[in-house]
Design a protein around this ligand. Structure first.
Ligand code: HEC
Ligand code: HEC
Ligand code: HEC
Ligand code: HEC
Ligand code: HEC
Length: 191
């Protein structure tokens, strides 16, 4: 029990707003917002694996061999991406969200039960540069695990950032939310 005394004082729990500079000025506001590209086009692991995964340069180059805004000017921003493509060396994206190693987390377990990206990451589609929107602290995880039902949405709305419960037929929604239980046993998250 002694270890629990330190809970709450952990530095990890105060990372809200953390927003590192990325090596390529990639914008979710442009790609996920304005262009409306689905999250899963790039974060391919999110429904099947523990990790959501960050896309390889290949995923970007499909469009960016032809889409070259501001080419030939000082405003041109795709240089580092092209360099990565030419050399085969991945872009060294800086991690934004990072739980301590003693915590187990799994994306597919959440997404497949109807917890949408926005519940844990905020309005990514409005972020020019990604920042951490939620504390990701143990207290924050447990708050939902104790009562997950109000956070559950239909599986086809998992990536819809502006979804509201009012869009659904109330009976269908409450049927969906019934029987969703999330464990609060220590061993669920500390294995
Ligand atoms: C065209 C590809 C693409 C699309 C579409 C996309 N992302 Fe991303 N995402 C990236 C790349 C590249 C990064 C790494 C650079 C960064 O953090 O901005 C990233 C980073 C992230 C991160 C931070 C990862 C970390 O390091 O912690 C989150 C969270 C995220 N994306 C969520 C989303 C959500 C939610 C959507 C849909 C609304 C989405 N992404 C759509 C390419 C994409
Ligand atoms: C489906 C096509 C598509 C994909 C995939 C795509 N982009 Fe883009 N990207 C665009 C378009 C279109 C624009 C220009 C949007 C605008 O100017 O409004 C753009 C703009 C950009 C810009 C800004 C350029 C500027 O001068 O403002 C950067 C940087 C960029 N993309 C990086 C990436 C990266 C990195 C990836 C992969 C993670 C990626 N893009 C994937 C279509 C795409
Ligand atoms: C229940 C909360 C939760 C939901 C729902 C969620 N994420 Fe995450 N996400 C996290 C946490 C926590 C991390 C940090 C994981 C770690 O450090 O091991 C993370 C990390 C990421 C990363 C960085 C790469 C990785 O896997 O560590 C990306 C990209 C990402 N999330 C995208 C998404 C997308 C896209 C969705 C929706 C389809 C989504 N997430 C739904 C909590 C969530
Ligand atoms: C918004 C609600 C919500 C938040 C926030 C949330 N979870 Fe969950 N979690 C759930 C639900 C719902 C389930 C699925 C229970 C089920 O399968 O019936 C779940 C399941 C899990 C599982 C079980 C996975 C498996 O393999 O069975 C783990 C581990 C987990 N969550 C860890 C975390 C951690 C760690 C955090 C905080 C970083 C977190 N969760 C935050 C709702 C949430
Ligand atoms: C739903 C997931 C979840 C469950 C269940 C859970 N934890 Fe945690 N725990 C976390 C997360 C996430 C962190 C990391 C918090 C942070 O980064 O500040 C954490 C951190 C801790 C820490 C380190 C605190 C610190 O200050 O560094 C201890 C000790 C701990 N948990 C003990 C427990 C015990 C004991 C239980 C059972 C009563 C439990 N946890 C249940 C998610 C969980």
């Amino acid at each position: 029990m002694i270890v629990l005394v330190t809970f709450g004082a952990s530095p990890y729990a105060t990372n809200v707003g953390y927003q590192p500079i990325q090596p390529v000025p990639y914008s979710h506001e442009i790609h996920a917002g304005k262009l409306g590209i689905d999250c899963r086009y790039c974060h391919t692991g999110v429904e099947t694996a523990a990790g959501a995964s960050i896309p390889p340069t290949q995923t970007c180059i499909g469009c960016h061999t032809t889409v070259k805004p501001n080419a030939g000017t000082d405003e041109y921003k795709l240089g580092p991406l092209e360099k990565s493509y030419e050399t085969g060396l991945p872009v060294e994206w800086v991690r934004v969200h990072d739980l301590p190693d003693f915590v187990y987390f799994n994306h597919s377990a959440h997404v497949r039960r109807g917890i949408g990206c926005v519940s844990c990451h905020g309005r990514i589609d409005k972020m020019t540069v990604v920042h951490q929107a939620k504390p990701l602290s143990m207290g924050w995880c447990l708050k939902c695990h104790r009562d997950p039902a109000p956070h559950v949405r239909p599986l086809d709305k998992i990536t819809k950032m502006d979804w509201v419960p009012e869009e659904e037929d109330p009976e269908t929604l409450s049927a969906l939310r019934k029987n969703v239980n999330a464990s609060t046993d220590c061993s669920t998250c500390h294995r």
